[in-house]
Design a protein around this ligand. Sequence first.
Ligand SMILES: C[S@@+](CC[C@H](N)C(=O)[O-])C[C@H]1O[C@@H](n2cnc3c(N)ncnc32)[C@H](O)[C@@H]1O
Length: 106
Amino acid sequence: MSNTQLPMQDEKSAQAGFSKIYAESNPPWDIGKPQPPFIAVADQVVGPILDSGCGTGGTSLYFAARGEQVIGIDFVEEAIRRARVKADERDLHVEFLVKDAMTLGT
Ligand SMILES: C[S@@+](CC[C@H](N)C(=O)[O-])C[C@H]1O[C@@H](n2cnc3c(N)ncnc32)[C@H](O)[C@@H]1O
């Protein structure tokens, strides 16, 4: 199994798998810009926005720059740390939180 194939048996192993990828490298999905499918529909998106599995925040910050209220969550601390750095660098506000999307509301 390559290091970009994730063990998805349960949330704990999924989180461990994603954490390992963030710790070892720049993840392949972190393309340095918002994900193109979201850009394509951006004009139809009305906030507030919950970006679940926001990673390092590229898409969250794109919508924040458009004036939307955004919360970004990810269960990997390192991803959220990088997202907060980006927000500071761009002087944008997004509430980035370390949270597991599967346990929201519990
Ligand atoms: C393929 S990456 C995409 C990241 C980001 N949306 C992007 O486009 O760059 C999936 C992200 O979802 C996060 N993730 C997966 N399952 C999650 C869960 N249950 N709760 C919170 N984050 C989760 C991972 O840590 C990872 O950052």
